[in-house]
Design a protein around this ligand. Structure first.
Ligand code: GDP
Ligand code: IMO
Ligand code: MG
Length: 413
């Protein structure tokens, strides 16, 4: 049992982090997003109703949970306002419980234009980004010229700063990418009204999280993307622009490193990837098509079809030691139900995956909530993963709904 739990994706994203975080925050006081932006799409299904979250932490559907967005997150004020409005229209109280770091870097329309122009210029070598302006917004942060949420407090200075930074970007848009530039007025009209609406939610997140810690409250830290999309440790350059691995939970929130006591890795029972880049266990055959259809593998943010393949334990093992994972949550087990044989990549030989073939179970596991009710071959698959990774699988997901879960151990104290 733990109080400060990091939940991370161990693959290329879309492992089902949203579902798991929603489930775990039932017992927590707070939930924190610490990296990424609205490139993320986290799907929750509660009482038959589907909600897709991009920026607001999963946990918002529990009325008692406070939701935090740390300074590691790049913030699109318009995307955030859209999400707040959508939730409010669906009867969820948001503004009372949503707290955003005043230091969050902002995403503007020119970041999106730059993202698209860069991708277009790369042609066949494009990364397949989500076109949400994530990379260019992080570039501005690191270049120490980007605007932050707190800058909106002083409109005059905000415009001054914006004018300066826009000058650089317009030059590149116009002369390098041959794309239309932006006027300051255009950007202000598009973003400032939304910014003024979210500004009252700005707060000192490290301080608030520490206050919760001093009150012995449990906090869940919700990762976005996955270990293989990490800017340093992923399949560079086919990665996102932030650190998606465990350390980012500390740097992106301001919560001290030594306070964390559990790092849960969310792993899909097979592998998917949306966007370009290497994918050694990809199945570009009938199995791949089967996984797309049965797993409904279409992006929650862009709607793109996800590439599908077998579970890769060699890369999972790297994710385990790079993140000091303490347990695994295995999701979408039910998607494998109809397969006669399931391949598990256990190693690489000359850069090619080495597979172990396990027999399928050919019977529905959809909605199973007790471990003992799983078919023996499904149990054998789970046990083999535990054996080869050395980690316990403490949560097994058997359907999109919050309830369709085998909860062997609830990590939250
Ligand atoms: P995230 O980005 O990691 O939060 O994952 P996404 O929400 O992008 O993608 C996961 C998809 O799988 C969503 O559509 C979920 O509703 C769905 N899902 C999650 N867990 C399960 C499961 O155990 N079985 C099935 N069939 N679907 C699941
Ligand atoms: P969640 O949190 C899957 C991928 C994009 C692209 C690469 C870079 O839902 O798991 P970016 O727009 O971030 O610059 O794109 O990263 N990507 C994701 N893939 N799930 C995500 O988030 C992703 N966020 C970004 O497809 O390959
Ligand atoms: Mg997703």
């Amino acid at each position: 049992m733990a109080r400060y739990i990091i939940v991370l994706g161990t693959q290329w994203g879309d492992e089902g982090k949203g579902k798991i975080v929603d489930l775990l925050t039932e017992k927590a006081s707070a939930v924190v997003r610490f990296q990424g932006g609205h490139n993320a799409g986290h799907t929750l299904v509660v009482s038959g109703k589907k909600t897709v979250l991009h920026l607001i932490p999963a946990g918002i559907l529990h009325p008692h949970v406070h939701c935090f967005i740390g300074s590691g997150v790049v913030l699109s004020p318009t995307a955030l306002l859209e999400e707040i409005t959508f939730l409010e229209q669906n009867g969820v109280t948001v503004r009372e419980r949503l707290h955003i770091s005043a230091a969050c870097p902002l995403i503007f329309p020119y970041h999106i234009a730059l993202d698209k122009a860069q991708e277009m210029a790369l042609g066949k070598g494009a990364l397949g980004t989500t076109h949400r302006g994530i990379g260019p917004a992080y570039v501005d942060k690191v270049a120490r010229r980007g605007l932050r949420l707190s800058d909106a407090h002083n409109k005059k200075n905000f415009i001054k700063q914006l004018t300066q930074v826009l000058d650089t970007h317009n030059f590149i848009l116009k002369h390098y990418y041959k794309a239309p530039p932006f006027t300051v007025d255009q950007v202000m009209d598009a973003v400032f009204p939304a910014l003024l609406e979210v500004l009252p939610l700005a707060t000192d997140i490290p301080l608030r999280l520490n206050q919760l810690r001093l009150q012995n409250r449990s906090i869940v830290f919700e990762g976005a993307q996955g270990a293989l999309l990490d800017i340093d440790h992923g399949t560079y350059p086919y990665v996102t622009a932030s650190n998606t691995t465990g350390g980012a939970a500390a740097t992106g929130s301001g919560f001290g490193l030594l306070y964390f006591d559990c790092v849960l890795g969310v792993t899909k029972a097979y592998t998917t990837r949306v966007g370009d880049g290497p994918f050694p266990t990809e199945c570009q055959d009938e199995t791949g098509r089967f996984l797309v259809a049965r797993g409904q593998e279409f992006g929650a943010t862009t709607g793109r079809q996800r590439r599908c393949g077998w579970l890769d334990l060699a890369s999972l093992k790297r994710a385990i030691f790079m993140n000091s994972l303490t347990a695994l949550a295995l999701t979408k087990l039910d998607v494998l139900d109809e397969l006669s044989t399931i391949a598990l990549c256990v190693d690489y030989h000359n850069e090619k995956p080495v597979y172990e073939n396990l027999p399928g179970w050919k019977i529905s596991t959809i909605g199973i909530r007790e471990f003992s009710k799983l078919p023996p071959n499904a149990i054998a698959y789970i046990r083999r993963i535990e054996q080869l990774t050395g980690l316990p699988i403490t949560i097994i997901s058997t359907g999109p709904s919050r309830e369709d879960t085998i909860l062997i151990t609830h990590p939250v104290e």
